[in-house]
Design a protein around this ligand. Structure first.
Ligand code: ADP
Length: 700
């Protein structure tokens, strides 16, 4: 029910508030969905980065291959330069070793990768050799006497095929270390002429033939075609990249190739804009998810709080026994609580959505109720007088579904949204049928007690009157009889006088008979004695006593032990207690209200002579009884009150004495009076002395 909303919505299918276990702040399904999104995002990002890295690697590989080609080209060009020179000029060297030496010195100057150039016969015997000047290392002469196997192979091939050939690289020891050498064998062109052998240091090829801007972050090396480092010493450093490219030098006789290795550090994690974008997107997505989760958690918390509030409200609503009904602005029912359903017997479904008149309202009351609603249920609290009238409520009668009538006290108040706009009204109804029944019962009980009290008083009066009138009537009868005799004895007898005297006597006798029959009737009243639980009796009187106390602004203190049982006539005993307490309350009219306390006490006492007795005291803090009044207190018709009958105390004493007890007055120390009486606990000590009793049967 959206009470706070701008419009009230009928709640047709209201689920019973369940006591669910505390809901987790994020439901499993939501968590699952979020996890799935997170996994998807992570996979996409990873795939994008991976693809990007692959692409980057492909590009790097291509670049590396290009670099390898460029390096091979560069080296090849320099090698070809020397080859060309030797091929062109070779023929001249066959005849002139001097020319050879001269040219070779120039060549060694121009080609920094060469260590030595030799002229050898076809049998590979050394004719002459020219070494490069220091700091280039000098190949020791003994090492050059016989060719190394690699050189010899190249030499043979070159001689046989008459074309230039490179040897495979081979290692020579030079001093403490050593290095790789590679030879270029060039036939001089003359038939069976000498051969030129140029000794290259591959290391120097790398060092001097590669332009500086090529090497960069890459690692260049010269390797054999089979991948083994045949010329290990010829490589620069030992490191190997994750990526490499190879390009052959493509010179006859050698399978040497240039290898370029990219260093691992070159692979960047975020290689390009795309990856950057993807990463940024995923960060944004992550942030969005974080915010979303936070929002969901907040929402869940609010929902939880709301649910608790609704449950709390339900609990409150269900715990009250007042019926609740909420109407929208069109006077249609939007909500009813359990209590209302229970009181009227109509189900929620039968009521929600219905307009006025509602099925339980009686046609006779509808008009008045509508007037009440129009007057008070549409005005805000600010209208004091109307609000007060509204709060007093409207008493009405409904017909429950089973046909029974339900008396109800109804209050209907307007409802407003947070902006003060009216959204409907709420009816709060209390079933006062039972209350009314109890009130009616109490009223009748009080009426019965009052009429008993009146009858008791009447009985006392009749008893007293009959007692007082008996004597004069007897005298009248005697006098009339004597007069009749006198008239009869003295003739002439005036008959009319005799008749009148007879009439007087007859009527006086009749009056006496009437009085005697009244006395007989009063005496005939069956005294209904039995064991009376005094505490229970006082408990029964308590509502009346408290009512008296409230009316007179006094307090009452009751102290009657549970074992206080007496043998008595219950109703008469009630009468005595009510008379004494009423006198007590009336006597305290002028006492300051905090001191207006009436005490009703009883206690059980064992008297050696009279057996077990129950003593009862009624003490007030009133004005007390003046000493000169005390002797008349219990006299019939003595009263100091303007509306008093003066029969209460006299009746009480009669009743108590009739029960074998005694009622007496004693002043209370500190002001006020105590009226005390005692009664036997058991039947045997009840006397038989006839006393006037109230005409009990009359009220039956
Ligand atoms: P009523 O109450 O009709 O006057 P009661 O016989 O009960 O008749 O009382 C007689 C009179 O005794 C009262 O008028 C009152 O003056 C006096 N009286 C009775 N009870 C008290 C009391 N508790 N304190 C002072 N005076 C009392």
């Amino acid at each position: 029910m959206g009470v706070a909303g701008a419009k009230l919505v009928p709640e047709r299918a209201v689920p019973a508030p369940t006591t669910r276990p505390a809901t987790p702040l994020i439901r499993t399904s939501t968590a699952g969905a979020l996890l799935a999104i997170a996994v998807l995002v992570a996979t996409t990002v990873a795939a994008a980065i991976w693809l990007s890295i692959i692409d980057q690697q492909r590009q790097a590989q291509e670049q590396l291959t290009r670099q390898a080609h460029a390096a091979a080209l560069q080296i090849r060009a320099r090698l070809i330069e020397t080859e060309q020179l030797l091929l062109l000029e070779g023929f001249a060297y066959a005849s002139s070793t001097d020319r050879f030496r001269r040219d070779m010195e120039e060549l060694l100057d121009a080609n920094p990768a060469l260590l030595r150039v030799e002229l050898r016969t076809r049998d590979s015997a050394l004719l002459t050799g020219v070494d490069a000047a220091p700091p280039r290392p000098t190949v020791p002469a003994p090492a050059r006497l016989a060719l190394s196997p690699e050189s010899a192979a190249a030499f043979d091939s070159a001689a046989r095929l008459n074309r230039l050939t490179y040897s495979r690289p081979y290692f020579v020891t030079l001093g403490a270390t050593g290095f790789d050498l590679m030879e270029l064998v060039v036939p001089t062109g003359a038939v069976d002429g000498p051969m030129i052998v140029a000794v290259y240091a591959p290391q120097r090829i790398l060092d001097h033939f590669l332009p500086g801007d090529l090497s960069g972050d890459h690692l260049y090396s010269l390797v054999e075609a089979d991948g083994t480092m045949a010329a290990r010493q010829a490589v620069i450093g030992q490191a190997r990249g994750e990526m490499h490219a190879i390009s052959p030098l493509a010179r006859t006789g050698t399978t040497l190739q240039i290898r370029v290795d990219a260093m691992p550090a070159r692979t960047r994690l975020i290689p390009n804009v795309l990856t950057g974008l993807v990463a940024a997107t995923s960060v944004a997505l992550g942030l969005a998810m974080f915010l979303l989760v936070r929002d969901i958690r907040q929402r869940a918390r609010v929902e939880q709080a709301l649910r608790e509030q609704v449950q709390f409200r339900r609990a409150v609503e269900d715990s009250i026994h007042h019926g609740l009904m909420v109407f929208d602005l069109d006077q249609r029912v939007v909500h009813v609580n359990d209590a209302l359903v229970n009181i009227l017997g109509y189900s929620r479904e039968e009521l929600v959505g219905r307009g006025r008149p509602l099925p339980f309202s009686l046609p006779e009351t509808t008009r008045d109720y509508r007037a009440y609603v129009d007057r008070v249920a549409r005005v805000p609290e600010a209208d004091g007088a109307r609000a007060a009238e509204r709060a007093r409520g409207f008493q009405t009668v409904y017909r429950a579904k089973d046909g029974s009538l339900v008396e109800a006290m109804v209050v209907e108040a307007p409802m407003f949204d947070p902006d003060g706009r009216p959204i409907g009204s709420m009816l709060i109804g209390e079933d006062i049928t039972e209350q009314r029944r109890v009130e009616e019962l109490a009223r009748r009980q009080q009426e019965v007690l009052q009429s008993r009290s009146r009858l008791a008083t009447l009985g006392e009066m009749a008893s007293t009157l009959s007692h007082e009138l008996n004597q004069p009537l007897a005298a009248i009868t005697s006098y009339a009889a004597a007069c009749e005799n006198l008239v009869a004895a003295q003739p002439p007898r005036p008959e009319p006088i005799a008749q009148a005297l007879r009439g007087i006597r007859t009527q006086a006798e009749r009056a006496g008979q009437v009085i005697r029959s009244v006395q007989a009737f009063l005496r005939r009243r069956a005294v209904d004695r039995g064991e009376v639980d005094l505490a229970g009796l006082v408990r029964g009187l308590e509502p009346l006593l408290r009512l008296q106390a409230t009316r007179t602004g006094a307090q009452i203190r009751i102290d009657v032990p549970a074992d206080a049982r007496v043998h008595a006539d219950r109703i008469m005993l009630e009468q005595v207690l009510l008379n004494l307490t009423r006198n007590g309350f009336e006597a305290m009219a002028d006492t300051p209200s905090p001191e207006r306390v009436l005490e009703l006490r009883a206690r059980v006492r064992i008297d050696d002579e009279r057996g077990e007795r129950v003593e009862v005291e009624v003490t007030d803090r009133g004005r007390g009884v003046p000493p000169d009044v005390v002797p008349q207190l219990f006299t019939a018709f003595f009263t100091t009150k303007s509306e008093g009958m003066g029969l209460g105390l006299s009746l009480c004493r009669s009743v108590i004495e009739q029960h074998g007890g005694y009622l007496l007055y004693r002043p209370r120390a500190g002001g006020g009076s105590t009226f005390a009486f005692d009664l036997p606990r058991h039947a045997e000590s009840v006397p038989t002395r006839p006393v006037p009793t109230p005409a009990r049967g009359a009220d039956r």
